[in-house]
Design a protein around this ligand. Sequence first.
Ligand code: NAG
Ligand code: NAG
Ligand code: NAG
Ligand code: NAG
Ligand code: NAG
Length: 562
Amino acid sequence: MLPLGPLACLLLTGATAHAAQWKFVDKGNAGIVGLEAIVVSPTLVLMFDRATNDPLHTADGKVAWGSLWNLETNEPTAVKLLSDSFCASGSMLSNGTMVSVGGNIPAAADVNQTGAYDGRMALRLFGPCADPAGANCTIFEDLDHLTLAETRWYTSALRIFDGSLMIVGGIHESTPFYNTDPVNSFEFFPKKDGGVPRPSAFLERSLPVNLFPRVFALPDGKVFMLANNLSMIYDVETDTEQPLPDLPNGQRVSNPFDGTAQLLPLSPPDFIPEILACGGSTMSDQTPVEELSSQDPATTQCSRIALSPEGIAKGWEVDHMPEGRMMPEMIPLPNGQIMIINGAGTGYAAVASIGVTTGNSNADHPVFTPVLYTPSAPLGKRMSKLGMPTTNIARLYHSTVTLTPQGNILLAGSNPNGNLTVVPAGQPGFSSELRVETLDPPFMELPRPVLSNVPSKISFNQKFTIGIDIPAGVSTSSIQVALMDLGFSTHAFHPSARVVFMDAKLSANKKSLTITAPPNNRVYPPGPAYVFVTLGDTTSVGAHVMVGSGANPPVPDQGVRL
Ligand SMILES: *[C@@H]1O[C@H](CO)[C@@H](O)[C@H](O)[C@H]1NC(C)=O
Ligand SMILES: *[C@@H]1O[C@H](CO)[C@@H](O)[C@H](O)[C@H]1NC(C)=O
Ligand SMILES: *[C@@H]1O[C@H](CO)[C@@H](O)[C@H](O)[C@H]1NC(C)=O
Ligand SMILES: *[C@@H]1O[C@H](CO)[C@@H](O)[C@H](O)[C@H]1NC(C)=O
Ligand SMILES: *[C@@H]1O[C@H](CO)[C@@H](O)[C@H](O)[C@H]1NC(C)=O
C-alpha cells in the first residue's frame, strides 16, 4: 500500500471529511480603529488611528492611537505617538525602518485625552523591531527637527530604487471633500534637492480628485502614478513626467472617489510591469458635493495596462468586477492572484461631507464577499467568487487589510464617523469597528511546505539555497517563489506592495531550492521582504529577509541592469 499524506487522506475520506476552504476567522479586538496598518516583523502589525477616543491607553494613561497587533497572541499593545497620524501614509526604508508620513491637526475635543500634536509634517520612525512581542520597539518622532518640507495630509509614500521614500501630493489642511488646498509636489525622505519639493504638473491636472495618488515603483526605477482618471510615468532621476492615456469611461480611482490600483506580479526574465485599477466612481469630478449621494453606484470597472511600448500603444483594457466597489482593496497573493476585498457598492470615500449620507457615511451597501482575480486568465474569465466566504463585518472608510507573513489576510478598522462612535441599532450609518478578522486560504488548515535556512540577507542577482520540507501529497509540479513587500494599508491603497517572482530549482532529493534573487534594486527596491514558496495550491509561511545591503538610504545601484 502507498503511504498516504494527510492531504491524500483528506481527499479520500470525501464527504465525511471537512474540506479545507476559504474562511473568515474572528481574531478579537484591536483596541483602536485600524485605520492604517503595516506588517513590521514576522509577528507584528503596526496599526494607526486618528488621535481620538479609542479604548486602548498608553502607559502614561493617555488614550492611544497607535498599536502593535501581535499575530501570535491576537492582542494589541499600545504604542506611544506624539503627533496625529490621521490619514497618513508610509513604507519601509532600505534599512528596515518603517516611516509613517504626514497626518492631521488633532480635533480640539480630542487633545485633552490624547495629548496629540499636529501631525501634518510628521515623519514617524519605527524599528527594525527584533523582539517577537515588540518589547522596547518604539516610535521615534522629533517634531522640531525631523519633518517634511510641507504640511501633507492624504499623501502617498513609496519606497523607490535607492531605498528612500518618495512622498507624493496631499492636502495642506482639512478638506471639505475635494482637494481644495493641494500640495502639488513631490518630496523625499531622506531629503533630495536640499529638501526643496518638486512641483508636479500632473498633480495640478488631476485636481480635485487626487488625494492618496496611486503610485508604483517600476522595474526600471521610474514611478507610475494614477490620480483621478489620469496616469503618467515619472522619472525621478531627470524630474520629468510622461503623460499616459486616461483611464477609460471616466473611471476615477483616487480619494475621495477611491478605487484602488496594484502593480501586478513581476516575473523573470523581462519583469514587464502591468497596472490594474479597479472600482471607484465614474461620476464627473466637477459635480458639486451637494449633488453627491451615498446611493450613487460605484463602478464595476477594472482597467489594466502593460507598461511596455506595445502595452502603452494598446492602452487600457477594460474588465468588470461582479459588483461595483467604492474603496475596494487589492491584496497580491504569493501565488500571483490578486484578492479584491472590502468597500461599498455605492457612494464615496470620506465622512459626512456630501449631499446625501447614510448616517455619517458617504458610502453605503458594504460588499461582504471577496473576489479572486487571476492575471494570467483570459479577459472575461479573470474574476471569481467561487469558494469565497462572506463576512458580516462592514469594512468601509478607514479600514485596513494586509497579507500577513503567515500567508492569510488580516482585516481591521472601518470608521465612517468623526470619532469612535457606536451607531444604535435601527439608526442609519456604520459603527466604528474594533474587531479584527483574518481571511484564511484553504492551505492554512493543511500541511504546508516548511522553509529552513533562509538567509537573513539576500543580494541582487545572486543565487541562494534554502531548505524545504515538502509534506507528503503536496505536488511539486508547479513551484512559485515570491519575494514580497506587503505594503502599507491606508485608504484603499497599499503603497510599496509588490510581488517579484524568482526563478527556482528544486534539488533532485526535493530537500532544497536554489533561488535567483531579482537582478537589481529597481526590480525590487532594496529593503525588507518575505519569501513565500507555493507548491500547487499550498503556500509556505513567509520568511523574513533583507534584500540588498540593509544600509541607510539612499543606496547606490546594485546587481545588473536589465
Ligand atoms: C480636559 O479634561 C479635564 C479632566 O477630565 C476636564 O476637566 C476639562 O474640562 C477637559 N478640557 C476640555 C477642553 O475638554
Ligand atoms: C527592554 O529594555 C529594558 C530596559 O532597557 C531591558 O531591561 C529589557 O531587557 C529589554 N527587553 C528586551 C526584550 O529587549
Ligand atoms: C478625465 O477627466 C477629465 C476631467 O473630468 C475629462 O475632461 C476627461 O474627458 C476624462 N477622460 C476620459 C478618457 O474620460
Ligand atoms: C464624538 O463626536 C461627536 C460628534 O462630533 C461629539 O459630539 C462627541 O463629543 C465626540 N466624542 C468624543 C468622546 O470625542
Ligand atoms: C534608517 O535610515 C533613516 C534615514 O537615513 C534613519 O533616519 C534611520 O535612523 C535609519 N534606521 C536605523 C535603524 O539606522
